[in-house]
Design a binder for this molecule. Structure first.
Ligand SMILES: C[S@@+](CC[C@H](N)C(=O)[O-])C[C@H]1O[C@@H](n2cnc3c(N)ncnc32)[C@H](O)[C@@H]1O
Length: 322
């Protein structure tokens, strides 16, 4: 008989989420191998304006960003948290290499599949680049990275990954990163800006069905890894955008009263008719919100840079030394 190793953390988090009222699941679990593949499809669809917007910044302003990172031509280690396929980052790295910047690149991702793809693409497109990927939760990997040496580190958190935290968790996250930063280190984060709701919503509820498949894939993952019996066809994906708070939220909604058993335990989860599972928030920002987030997290905002349409902003911060 095949003996399966159970991912205990996944089990604990899934049970916590599905026994909570309202039910929720943690979005970091979206990214198993299949989830990472579906996310690639999301990033390539025209409705997902975020990728092109941040790409536009890196494509138009790489020299400005290099100067901010290296203060001229000082050595720098680029630590990218949640790097995904690293597609946009390679635009910057290519420019930095052309300028012979003394730079090393350390992408960190929880998905092994994402790191495999990133490494293959970087080795092909940027031969000679110093690259050392880390696979794991960024919270676990940060202490290892801090130990490397004393070169200046730029921690990058790109895309709209920070948008997946609510405001309090975003402050907690940045304060946590701050503990692993020296006074010369920098933090470079992507922020999706508030904009026409008719542009925001289709990025999370597209006509091709990729965002629905991405959310439903987490139920399939739970079936596979925790021996659960979710009937995926009995749930529907639903997305909302609140232009006041700037929150885009995704849910999976049970289309009927049903029970789901989690096979690796004796737990059964009851769903009412039309009961939602909250899946993910994607927070949209304005400049005041970014500045407040930096202040609340004990950082100083050094520079902001936006794409031509002002859909997206990258913000460079330095930790306040108290
Ligand atoms: C929304 S994607 C963004 C990818 C990339 N930064 C971009 O802008 O295209 C989020 C990435 O973060 C990774 N991720 C999510 N939670 C993580 C965690 N707790 N630790 C490390 N990586 C994580 C996922 O595997 C995924 O590749």
């Amino acid at each position: 008989m095949e003996v399966k190793t159970i991912n205990q953390q996944l089990l604990t988090d899934v049970l916590n989420g599905l026994t909570h009222r309202p039910k929720y699941l943690e979005s970091k679990y979206f990214y198993d191998d299949e989830g990472s593949r579906i996310f690639q499809q999301i990033m390539q669809m025209p409705e997902y304006y975020l990728t092109n917007s941040e790409y536009d910044i890196f494509d138009r302003k790489p020299e400005e960003i290099l100067q901010w990172f290296s203060f001229g031509n000082n050595p720098v280690d680029i630590i990218e948290l949640g790097a995904g396929d690293g597609f946009k980052t390679r635009v910057l790295l290519r420019h930095f290499m052309n300028k012979e910047a003394d730079m090393r690149y350390m992408p960190v991702d929880i998905s092994e599949e994402a790191n495999r793809r990133l490494l293959a693409a970087a080795q092909k497109e940027l031969p000679g680049l110093y690259i050392k990927p880390y696979t794991g939760d960024f919270f676990d990997v940060l202490p290892q990275i801090q130990m490397i040496d004393n070169r200046r580190k730029v921690f990058m958190f790109l895309g709209s990954s920070i948008g997946n935290f609510d405001q309090q968790d975003a402050v907690r996250f940045f304060k946590h990163i701050g503990q692993f930063m020296n006074k010369e280190d920098l933090l470079f984060t992507g922020f999706d800006m508030k904009k026409d709701p008719a542009i925001v919503l289709p990025a999370y509820d597209d006509p091709h069905g990729y965002t629905a498949a991405f959310n439903l894939n987490l139920l399939k993952r739970i079936n596979r890894e925790l021996d659960a019996d979710f009937d995926v066809s009995a749930f529907k994906h639903y997305a909302t955008y609140n232009p006041v708070s700037g929150e885009a939220k995704s849910y999976l909604i049970s289309k009927k009263t049903q029970k789901v058993s989690i096979g690796v335990t004796d737990q059964t989860i009851h769903f009412d008719n039309w009961e939602p599972i909250f899946m993910e928030v994607s927070q949209k920002y304005d400049e005041d919100m970014i500045r407040k987030l930096a202040n609340d997290s004990h950082f100083s905002l050094l520079h902001n840079v936006a794409d031509e349409k002002h859909y997206f902003m990258n913000s460079l911060w330095r930790k306040n030394i108290i």
